[in-house]
Design a protein around this ligand. Sequence first.
Ligand code: AHR
Length: 505
Amino acid sequence: MTLQASLAVDPAFVVGPVRRRTFGSFVEHLGRCVYTGIFDPESATADEDGFRSDVIEMTRELGISTVRYPGGNFVSGYRWEDGIGPVDERPTRLDLAWHSSDPNKVGVDEFMKWSKKSGTEPMMAVNLGTRGVQEALDLLEYCNVKGGTYWSDKRRENGAEEPHDIRMWCLGNEMDGPWQIGAMTADEYGRLAARTASAMRMIDPDLELVACGSSASFMPTFGEWERTVLGHCYEHVDYISAHAYYFEEDGDLASFLASAVNMDHFVESVVAAADQVRAAKKADKRIHISFDEWNVWYQQRAESKPPTGDDWPVGPVLLEDRYNVADAVVVGNLLISLLRHTDRVHAASLAQLVNVIAPIMTEPGGRSWRQTTFHPFAQASQLAKGEVLRVAIDSPTYETKKFGEVPLVDAVATHDAETGEVVVFAVNRSLTDEVTLDVDLRGVADLEIIEATSLSNPDHTWSATADDDSSIVPVPNASATVSDGRLTATMPPVSWNVLRLGGTR
Ligand code: AHR
């Protein structure tokens, strides 16, 4: 059956700018993300610093903006000083978070080299689990002070003459999680975040600082944590973090496909908690969201579990989820949700970049390939420009166990006033039916189609492999037409769709 949905695109209805930082990612010392992921001297593609150039190229193709580093849970036990200076003299340490060993072959200076090569902006996290204000200040001095002090001169001795000048800093990671080394109550963490932030600003007042929000919206702490933490550190920070991972549970694909409903609600709840503190403090300033971990993650699968016992491997296979077509549609829909909230979500990080719940996969010393989730991210990152528009969607609905009645179609549009281009990003969440989307191009009626693509497959369980990562890619959608100021396109079931329009002038 073919169903009908409609929406209106009007350049007057602006939510806010498309932010490059919406398209960030995350590199943690976890599993094979760093070792044999971004860094693999044994690989035929390794450059003079041991970085895989194929991974760097794919990072560029994804259009990644910021990269959060070095964790994640890892950061809560990390001594950053282990990762600087002559590589042969660096210690191997236990990584308690992931029951692994870290040889510290990659540290802050190597990561900064990789950032430059990949054209990404670093987003550094400090350890507030086993460490505190002083170690955060030392790392900041090492990274951002020009020279003439103990730590800044150490950086110069280590080959980085110019400061790394890192703007965004995360004050710890998921500090309410019982799994976190040094987990805290909201009051304990809020005070520590305030002390750390205000001291860091004494070195560099213009830093952009991220306080930890609750680890997930299902945590018992969620909501109250945000309120209490921001109650302590509102004046000192710019962002509160949000983390969310989605997966298909008990074969309930219909609910899984509607995961963005949960993300919308999550964002709106964090905004409400932050604004409650704003009201109580009678503050002008608004706190924005750094959605610095989001993705599909099948946490119950065997390969997701850290090793146990006496074995403390370097770079073990961990969290190496293989993504299918439905996962890619959900990732695209989560991007729609993030874009729709561009007024309050000012940064986001797809967790993670390589091998660990990632769009890019590598074989140690061997091939690399793109997962299905690579494509919606790359398209949105490359094509979303200018401003995000609020679109009014009229769509048939379907019933889900988790979220009740949900629209089959979700979409967002962007408008680039400079080029006149309009891009509609849309998903069809129906398991069975095509949906013809009718777009009323108000105010931009003189546009024609530049490209229209769909990512879908009758077998939505299809996953890419090293042997075949090109069978499922976005393909031209021949049904798309523009006539009399209306765009129509038929979207297959379980699909991610991009409709790009440009001027006839
Ligand atoms: O991204 C994987 C892990 O998920 C991170 O280390 C942690 O912050 C979160 O729980």
